[in-house]
Design a protein around this ligand. Sequence first.
Ligand SMILES: *Cc1c(COP(=O)(O)O)cnc(C)c1O
Length: 223
Amino acid sequence: MEKADTPLRQVQANIAKACTIARREAGDVTLVAVSKTHPAEAIEPLLVQGQRHFGENRVQEAQGKWPALREAYPAAQLHLIGQLQSNKAEDAVALFDVIHSLDRPSLVKALAKAMDKLDRRIPCFVQVDVGVEEQKGGCPVADLPGLLEQARAADIPVAGLMCIPPFEIEPAPFFAFLDRLASDHGLDGRSMGMSGDYETAVKLGATHVRVGTALFGERASPL
Ligand SMILES: *Cc1c(COP(=O)(O)O)cnc(C)c1O
């Protein structure tokens, strides 16, 4: 098989192939290029190649890098994929287009307040803790119905569910579980899959894959 000429083209080709296998449309999967820790000079080549969705895990870091990049590429869409402190909710709503880490009642309150204040409602994924043993962040499965109800009552647009499966365990069962959980709650979005497992996630229904290392190379710090 011909090798794609850039990491972006390779990842896109892998997603397309996984979609074919799963009888899905490649256009139904959004590739979120996770640019955390990488400088603007590393991000711009992807923008030039047409990539539009980017993920950052820290509000402050994104505030430093993105205003200038966005001026040059107004169609760029910014996704917050990391834990969000309630006191940063307003900054996050002002800067990001999608939040993937809504995980607790206090954050629902803070985000609703920020969205009201800024008159800007952005889609949010509820992050679910799908692990069985360690805490990986995310809302406990048992608390999900209550959190969804609270988010809807606060007029927060809920796009779907997000998970980070436990490391070093086969991720497929966790992806399948998140897919079923989203279906049970009538939600379309499934944010799941990273560099090591995005093809598996696509085969199991991911609508958003969050890929960093496969596009940018290893990060200097393990964040
Ligand atoms: C860093 C990060 C990713 C990307 O991880 P890679 O293994 O580099 O693809 C995806 N999702 C979240 C929540 C992250 O923090």
